[in-house]
Write a protein that binds this ligand. Sequence first.
Ligand code: SAM
Length: 402
Amino acid sequence: MELEVIALAFGGRGVARLDQVWLVAGALPGERVQVEEERRRRGVVEGRAVRVLHPSPWREAEPCPQAGTTCGGCDFAHVAYRFREQAYKASLAGALRGAPESLRRAVEQGSFFPSPWHYRLRGRLHWDPQQGQLGFFAPRSHRVANLKGCRVLSQELVALLPHWAKVLGAASFPAGEVEFLEDLAARQRLVLFRGMRPGAPPELPGVQGFWNLHGGGWGERELFLALPEPLVVPLGSFVQGNRFLLEPLWCTVAEVVRDGGFDRVVDLYGGVGFLAAAAWQGGARQVRVVEVSRRAAAAAQKNLPRAQVWATQAEAAVQQGVLEEAQLLILDPPRGGLSPLVRRAAERAKLQAVLYLSCDPACLARDSQGLVRRGFQVVWAKLFDLFAGTHHVELAVLFQRA
Ligand SMILES: C[S@@+](CC[C@H](N)C(=O)[O-])C[C@H]1O[C@@H](n2cnc3c(N)ncnc32)[C@H](O)[C@@H]1O
């Protein structure tokens, strides 16, 4: 089957129309591709480009040879580095269809922060004892890819993986997920085994601490990230996963606080306090951090000794008045965006500005509708290439009261 690709859907697939709509993995707008059908559902045919007959100028000349075939880690590996911005913006156009017009315009015009390869400082790999392999799953399969030559993980980590696989195999580790956390220089790393295994884990080369999710382990349990203010991150807690873009994100937040002269800032999904620490450095005098995970909240308190850390759900915190007196609200919710309760509280609070970070454009579109209805204007949007190689992109949007 040969198809002309006319657009890019959010999720990274090329869109083509024949008698039906086709979503084609590995295809770019303007391309003519030979497609293999994968499945049909809800009136849409999903397929995969098996040959490119007429390539787009956006196409990467030397993509990772495993991407889309044996490894499902990168679904945008076929997009050339210098065209990533256009590709993200094209795919966001559809995902933001339900957003206020001002947000769509801001994203179209938004500045883009690209990422080099080997950026990942945190992630989860699958361990398959039968294959004796640690890696990402192949597309639509539970077969684990060999990550030799991976462009996403640090080169130091890629070199260690075969040694780790040997150790896990020799210690008869059952199937499970292996979470890693690295420092910015990729010199130190911690590992968490998210599977069922009693007893202390063995030594792993290049690792300063190895823990089981359900107790037992050895060595360090937290790492320092050398940011403008060094941050401690416990193993298993959330931290933005791109070592190269932590600093531009930090500077963006600090600049928002400095330029707006915001003294009182609330970070409602604070993690270990990364964005709140940037707000502090930007000049905020009263910083409140809300975080549901006790371990992350404790780290946030260590990182920001002068902040008020609320170790609770955002929903409970807004009901207990955390937004009272706040001037700037920072929102970086998990996928799924804001709950109706938090959304209403944010819309009704007497805030001067909201800085919303999201990798889920449909939820961002929904949540910004209410803010715009309540008199907020979109000042700018910025795109951070936090997940380079994949169709995901982080959007930061500044809303200000008119
Ligand atoms: C996307 S992360 C953002 C973390 C932080 N802003 C950062 O940049 O590192 C979302 C955080 O929200 C926390 N979280 C999830 N649901 C929550 C809720 N209902 N209330 C408060 N925190 C929540 C998670 O534990 C996680 O640390």
